[in-house]
Design a protein around this ligand. Structure first.
Ligand code: SAM
Length: 284
């Protein structure tokens, strides 16, 4: 598919609207509509689906989402310079694109969705990618309003999302939260050269699909336990967990873990058991 729509090429759009990329807004634009279509298709069939996009910029991915059948796209963009370019796309796809002029970290998307489920598909601004993801992963009740996340991150962040204890250097709090709540995988890499301007490192598209049934535990306590354990990741649990309780041994025993284990050796299910043992300790 060399031509996905009859709108002008993105380079022309960017020039006409004076959209010089701003580093402070994490702006690395994709101009290749074949690539943005690949990202859109990687999310799964979009026919009639509602999609939330964060940071549409000049609209390369937005156009691909619409051309690939998304029934409705709700796009949140902080850079007002992009709004006229996005209005042109909205006019091309009447009634299917709603642009929210605002900060994605502050907008309550569930209000705009009116109770409908949505996929989130985005080439995220690298400077707020992790806080956005943690926010989506922390929503209650679970599963929440989004049915999948298909997101572009810097490769090193992508590796931290999908990591298991086998990838010790990358395995941490983010991987525990992400893999407790979702099935995660890296779909494909996108080279630096695909972006304008080129970032310093390769990016990757990551897919997260909510687990319908979670290993039960209180997220707040899971966070406290992983913060303590990975806060001193080289130390044994019997030492690092002193940050949450003066004597962690009973909690470690109740979780069926070795007191000499280190955070980076404990699988997600081990952290869930630790969080539940911590809850029992607090109520006991
Ligand atoms: N989707 C476009 C593409 O793929 O070419 C642009 C992606 S660019 C990596 C990130 C976009 O997020 C930019 O358009 C930027 O202005 C926008 N952005 C940055 N911070 C934002 C925020 N807090 N809320 C909403 N959009 C933001």
């Amino acid at each position: 598919m060399s031509q996905i729509d009859t709108l002008p090429p993105l380079r022309e759009v960017v020039e006409r609207h004076g959209l010089m990329a701003q580093k402070s807004l994490g702006q690395n634009f994709l101009f290749d509509l074949n690539l943005t279509s690949r990202i859109a298709r990687a999310a799964g069939p979009l026919d009639g689906e509602t999609v939330v996009e964060i940071g549409p910029g000049p609209g390369g991915l937005t156009r691909a989402l619409l051309a690939n059948g998304a029934g409705r796209v709700i796009a949140v963009e902080r850079d007002r310079r992009c709004l006229p370019a996005l209005a042109e796309i909205a006019a091309h796809y009447p009634g299917r694109l709603e642009v929210i002029d605002g900060d994605a970290l502050a907008v309550d998307l569930s209000i705009h969705l009116g109770g409908l489920p949505a996929r989130i598909i985005a080439n995220l601004p690298y400077n707020i990618g992790t806080p956005l993801l943690v926010g989506w992963l922390s929503l209650e009740p679970w599963p929440s309003w989004w049915s999948s996340l298909t997101l572009m991150f810097q490769r090193e962040v992508a590796e931290r999302i999908v990591a298991t204890p086998e990838q010790r250097a990358d395995y941490g709090r983010l991987a525990v939260l992400a893999n407790w709540r979702c099935e995660t995988k890296i779909l494909f890499d996108v080279p630096r050269s695909a972006f304008v301007p080129s970032p310093k490192i390769t990016s990757s598209v990551v897919q997260l699909v909510p687990r319908p049934k979670l290993e039960p535990c209180e997220q707040r306590l899971l966070e406290r336990v992983t913060l303590a354990a990975f806060g001193q990741r080289r130390k044994m649990l019997r030492q690092s967990l002193k940050a949450v309780t003066p004597d962690p041994q009973p909690m470690i025993d109740a979780a069926g873990l070795s007191p000499t284990a280190r955070a980076e050796e404990v699988p997600v299910s081990g952290f869930v058991r630790l969080a539940n043992a911590f809850a029992a300790l607090k109520t006991g």
